[in-house]
Design a protein around this ligand. Sequence first.
Ligand code: BG6
Length: 789
Amino acid sequence: MLTVAMCMALVACLQAQELQGHVSVILLGATGDLAKKYLWQGLFQLYLDEVGKGYSFSFHGAALTSTKQGQEFITKVLESLSCPEDMVPRRCAELRGQFQQLSQYRRLRTNEDYMALSKDIEAQLEHKGLREAGRVFYFSVPPFAYAGIARSINSSCRPGPGAWLRVVLEKPFGHDHLSAQQLATELGSFFQEEEMYRVDHYLGKQAVAQILPFRDQNRQALDGLWNRHHVERVEIIMKETVDAGGRTSFYEEYGVIRDVLQNHLTEVLTLVAMELPYNVSSSEAVLQHKLQAFRALRGLQKGSAVLGQYQAYGEQVRREQQKPDSFHSLTPTFAGILVHVDNLRWEGVPFFLMSGKAMDERVGYVRILFRNQAYCAQNEKRWVADQSQCLPRQIVFYIGHGELGSPAVLVSRNLFRPSLPSESWKEVEGRPGLHLFGRPLSDYYAYSPVREQDAYSVLMSHIFHGRKDSFITTENLLASWVFWTPLLDSLAHEVPRLYPGGAESGHLLDFEFSGTQLRFSRQQLEQLVPGPGSAPKPSDFQVLRAKYRESPLISAWPEELIAKLADDIEATAVRAVRRFGEFHLALSGGSSPVPLLQQLATRHYGFPWAHTHLWLVDERCVPLRDPESNFQGLQAHLLQHVRVPHYNVHPMPVHLHQRLCAEEDRGAQMYASEISALVTNSSFDLVLLGMGTDGHTASLFPQSPAGLEGTQPVVLTRSPSKPHQRMSLSLPLINRARKVAVLVMGRLKREITMLVSRVGHEPKKWPISGVLPSSGQLVWYMDYEAFLG
Ligand code: BG6
């Protein structure tokens, strides 16, 4: 039957032109979901595009399923194949019939099965006197099956001399750099680099595939614009409304960064950021330039990312994978990433990459927003879209879905009229009322494909024509993993922010950047205690408030906790300055306050720094410039960023007469005098403390009596850990403060937090238990790990 069909289809070709050879396509995993949804249709499209151009084809659907079942499956799928809208039904039916006859199912399990397949192909070629052009093996199978299949193809199913072999591979291509490298090495032992076509189906999306040709065809207009002087930011976005339900076993292992950002969005990023090769149709040049773009990416840090997880995900994982109720997944289903490209073209331009499941809409786009340097003298009502330099200027490659509902290329009319190939892109008809990226559609030159094509159909054609630039080479794959793996490692234990999903997420997932850091814009919302009802709203998420040792306790995830504490400090400062004209703040050292200082330094523009006095709660007896010095921390994380008058900064005098903390130098007494001279009643407006795992606070340690009681406001003490010598405010002085805030963060504090919650006033054993302002207020700030473990 296959032979007869091949002959029939060939008659036309032979009549039309010289025969180029025969191509066998073997679809592995032919009964799977991807094959059913996209691949068979892609193969049919390939046939439609190529029939009559000199090649003959045969299509072999293969899987592990029995021949009978497999053939039944395929028959059904083939019946549902569709033709382009502009093809007359009779022609469509005719070609579909030919395609059906050229397609057969066969079970491929053992090496012998592959040998038999090869023999059958050869026999048919010989029988018909056809020359073999090549074989395509499309791997639509899970990665664990790759090696076995690859070995069989290599040993038993390669085409004869002069014909090509192309193996097409579907992601995932590893889980991190190491595993990707191992997989690549393994595949490399069976196939040559030029034989491998790793698919990233986003490269087949029409708007994505248009990025380089667009840059090329509009070189003249873009030459001066496509750089840091003109581009304000680039957004590469893929939002989905679907969630990960039904595939949590895959998703738990991968999460949104591996699933979508490492591949789809990174590919798009490189197409935007890379230098444009002189000849964009040279695969080799494109791939080389892409690789250079990877090399220019600045390494990511933990602070480059914000993570989220839709609320129902945890329950889906527990249900689908039979996990106990106590199981909590940390897998992100949403990520926003800030990327910088360190080269002359892009230095300083933020590239936002963002993707999420269970979002409010399905849409994908790349948006290049240009800076606006103009001032327009006319009233806004008179601004004309193609003339006003004050309207937003942007180029958008609209990948699909969303308000527009189809792929498109949009260029603001005040930029330039773009040139697109008229045989494949047409101007979009006006849609009154439709707004995109803040502007009516009429503000853009807007183009959409003449014929919308599925990404897999586009890629099938590129495989057939050997267009390697639409695929991922081993070098590019590894470069991408080199970029992502350190971030993935550093985020492995991060707790993603929960979001309700859909429109209910409100502004919970909005994020913004400051310098190289990305953060959620809304800091005060918290999720530990979702409100009642099945569909919680953002307003249900609160910072947890309770009591601890009879005093108010505020608990939240670290980020929110720090933001809350910083807000409270600013509010206290503003009140103090309003009432007394100045604000006296005493700060502890160590690592816990660092994010707080950074927060105050970068986000509190209304803070009355000019009227703030900064004091130290304690100090290590080292020179002030020593990295161990608490003052050094204050300097690095706060003072160098804000404008506190120098005479308002009060380091502890630990270094006098060229020695450190000598009793005779009376440094502690000097500090006490300074406090008493400047701080009314020696009563600080706010003292920030921490709590050590042994219950120490400031530099007041268990079993060391100095500073726990008595009249000395400032004391020299001894720490069990290095550097041993310390200077510290005493408990009596701390307790004179108007307000004391104790910041406790991290799992390591869990035990002491529990213990201290139960003990009474025993400062000799646990100095922290002696903190109780005589007429001021004490507030505990604990993150969930410290408070709940
Ligand atoms: C796949 C991801 O690669 O891309 C899926 O594994 C995601 O999680 C899909 O849903 C999105 O593709 P598209 O073509 O629907 O945008």
